[in-house]
Ligand binder design. Sequence first.
Ligand code: ZN
Length: 222
Amino acid sequence: MSRTIEVPEYALHEEVRVDPAQTALVVVDMQNDFVREGGSLRVPDAEATIPAISGLLGLARAHGMRVVYSQDTHRDGDPEWRIWPPHCREGSWGWQIVDALAPADGETVLRKVRYDAFYGTPLDHLLRVWGIDTLVICGTLANICVHYTAASAALRWYDVVIPRDAISALDPFDLESSLRQTVFLFAGRVTTATGVRTRLSHDSPRRVDLLISARRPVRDGP
Ligand code: ZN
């Protein structure tokens, strides 16, 4: 039985401005097994998101934004392989992040074992140490690891931004229903990769100067 339903409307922001000092770009599972021809769990639309994700990486790197990659990681006997065919076997070609989106020096790669990049990883700790309050999340799959990572972030009160041309799913329904949940359920903002822009940082040196001068003792008279 098939049924036609309309996707409820959700807001698509032309532009979302983020503070680069308080924002991290999270690139979810852009690994050969999901993205490349010959991958064991290939998402046909994932390869086409590489330019959009490259653009986001360019923005992040140009503005000193934190970049975190998640790398789906499994070994023999992993219970997830009862749900999905074996994929992202640690150390294999399929496990590697696609060359086109290779992490740069100093960027963080977290090996994750479940859909949620917070589960069993130091992601929350790192974000708090870095003073991050906003996550721009891209990668694959939209309704699985991107979605559960975004939901997990929102449950920890991070602001979530999803560029919809930088995510991919096996079925358009899955992608749309995930974005609808992101907006409706945890007030995430959906935009496009080029819609993500930076704004002046709250932590600019000028503000620090003002704070320091405000703390100086006031001298009496000349
Ligand atoms: Zn997996």
